[in-house]
Design a protein around this ligand. Sequence first.
Ligand code: FES
Length: 133
Amino acid sequence: MSEPLRNAVVPAGTVLCRLDDIADGNTKGFVLGEGDWPLRGLLVREGAAVRGFVNHCPHAGHRLNFHPDRFLTPDGKLILCLSHGAVFDKRSGACVMGPCVGESLKPVTVVVENGEVRTATPLDVDALATRYW
Ligand code: FES
């Protein structure tokens, strides 16, 4: 029996996208790693600041979005899980309403350098990989 594909640890400084790829106040998805279970994440931009989270809802373990790069409530103020309607704070990732209040999206620390959004720390893709139910 062969071993499942192992993803490498992604080093700090890995480019996820350009800052200009994310409209101010909006979001963008990203994928790191290969195989069936890469790390799927989302980036949230507010001005020059960008925050990252794993795209994995703490309620039932579903992916948050149905459409690429679209993660927000219609008014753009909160992150929305389309499965059962949990909403999350854009800065902290904390669930503020819905079935998982008190839980949070897992953060992915990022930095903006020279107009690029980069990972701030090494990321173990297999440890953070999103296995959806
Ligand atoms: S899986 Fe996200 S609200 Fe249920």
